[in-house]
Ligand binder design. Sequence first.
Ligand code: ADP
Ligand code: ZN
Length: 291
Amino acid sequence: MLYGAVETGGTKIICGVIDETGELLDILRFPTDTPEYSVEKIAGFFSNHDICAIGIGSFGPVDINETSKTYGNILDTPKLQWRNYPFVERLKTKLNIPIIIDTDVNCACLGEVKFGAGQGLDNVIYITIGTGIGVGVVLNGKTLKGMLHPEGGHILLRRNSLDTYVGKCPYHKDCFEGLASGPAIAERVGRPAFELEEDDSAWDIEVDYIAQALSNYVLTYSPEKIILGGGVLEQLHLYPLIRNKVKEYLNGYIRTPQISNLDEYIVPAKLKGNQGLYGAYYLAKTIDKKG
Ligand code: ADP
Ligand code: ZN
């Protein structure tokens, strides 16, 4: 049995064909374009393979409520051509197989839970810091949906006293994403985040915001593990700093074996950029099991 997995991002779309054992047999990457062109490319790729279902991890906001009439529609996105686009419906019309959709970050979290750093756990959160900040949540073994889906990248934080940068979020200015995304770091210091030396003081500000956010997620979601991904979090020197700062913020309030071993509690993603694709694959497999 073969499954299709799709990850749609703001800049690129990745499609994979994955077999029952988890082996990635074929992959296609292309830049995100108009929805019609993208659906054409995705359908063209999968029509060459005998797949039985597709899972999609999509940029948001997207309707992931399976009982909704507009299930699988992209919602109020700044990408105007995609706004209200019936993504799942259009793809289904072309391929005529079951399709399941969730957010890109919920899928990344699920991928890590089932195949990566969160294996064996039921309650995990995944945070990606790249062009934007996204938070995926798996609770009781399932991705969290709720009214819409979690938007934990936009939580409000206490401003670092050394930070005068106004913030980059078009909605909130200085929310977590507005203060700590890759482009926010770049705008604060005047050069790309990946060019900063490890001892640059901009990292202290970044660590402060990340640690505040993680402490808030610990207090609200009570995850058994926190998994980090995205370009900015490839800076491995940040991890010990983030762990120390989280400890400082929690200040002994949460006493669990996990919090006393932060080296294993706050960890990088294991699937090397394929976490979203593998989460989508896992979702495709759940459709198959439903019959
Ligand atoms: P995207 O979010 O677009 O899918 P990435 O996760 O690679 O892609 O995020 C891109 C952002 O992360 C850019 O702002 C870039 O400057 C920053 N970035 C990418 N790699 C690194 C790195 N190794 N260190 C610091 N910042 C990085
Ligand atoms: Zn925001």
